[in-house]
Ligand binder design. Structure first.
Ligand code: AP5
Ligand code: MG
Ligand code: ZN
Length: 217
């Protein structure tokens, strides 16, 4: 099963993808995490991506598509994957269709996590993520058992540079301009399922699993 989690920055894509990964036994592939891993290793790709990420802009399509293509070709994606943060432009969406077709596969559904902008700012300003495994936490909504330490792996928690208020505003603008058109694109393809993402983490998880079951029928 190949699924896309679509939604604005801070909607909970990463939070929910981690839960779905365990529930569905499918790999979680997050383009943002892949860029941050590259940056940590100081690769050329990571350093290039940082220039765009720091401004809240999208990394150019060609490098993003090449990176995701490489990841999808690994054997663990043979039976499916949960894509988080990709595609984000129409060109990326079309490339994804091509990549899956080359693998003899197709996209099964796109889960659109809808959350109002005011709530997104609240979520991002309190977010801390794990330096080692990138699990997201929130000081109020999803605190770790021990302050500053990842429950999942014991890694150190930090705040992302691009979660500063001015960068969050830029990311939201870019989302509305370049990514929101995908909602219609996938609706027309009959692949879109909208889920209310404004409830608490547990409520959203339940709604997503229900939506996925409806796709499997
Ligand atoms: P990326 O890392 O994908 O960032 P994003 O899309 O801005 O999404 P976030 O990770 O900020 O939010 P999320 O939806 O995962 O929310 P989370 O679960 O963490 O991309 C970063 C950058 O990389 C981009 O700006 C761009 O430059 C580049 N990039 C990435 N992909 C690209 C692509 N395809 N093309 C081009 N460039 C690309 O939750 C947020 C917070 O809220 C957490 O603290 C969490 O604990 C909390 N929370 C989650 N759910 C709830 C809930 N239900 N109630 C209360 N709190 C909640
Ligand atoms: Mg994320
Ligand atoms: Zn961790």
């Amino acid at each position: 099963m190949y699924l896309v989690l679509l939604g604005p920055p801070g909607a909970g894509k990463g939070t929910q993808a981690e839960r779905l990964e365990k529930e569905l036994h499918l790999p979680h592939i997050a383009s943002g995490d892949l860029f941050r891993e590259n940056l940590k290793r100081k690769t050329e790709l990571g350093l290039l991506a940082k220039k765009y990420m720091d401004r809240g802009d999208l990394v150019p399509d060609d490098v993003t598509i090449a990176m995701v293509r490489q990841r999808l070709q690994r054997p663990d994606c043979d039976q499916g994957a949960i894509l988080d943060g990709f595609p984000r432009t129409l060109a990326q969406a079309k490339s994804l269709d091509e990549m899956l077709a080359e693998m003899g596969r197709r996209l099964d559904g796109v889960l659109y996590i809808a959350v109002p902008d005011e709530e997104l700012v609240r979520r991002l300003s309190g977010r801390w993520i794990c330096r080692r495994c990138q699990t997201p936490y929130h000081t109020v909504f999803s605190p770790p058992a021990q302050k500053g330490v990842c429950d999942a792996c014991g890694g150190e928690l930090y705040q992302r540079d691009d979660d500063r208020p001015e960068t969050v505003r830029a990311r939201l603008k870019v989302y509305h301009q370049q990514t929101a058109p995908l909602i219609d694109y996938y609706r027309r393809a009959g692949l879109l399922v909208e889920v209310d993402g404004s409830g608490d983490i547990e409520t959203v998880s339940t709604a997503l699993l229900k939506a996925i079951r409806s796709l499997m029928k």
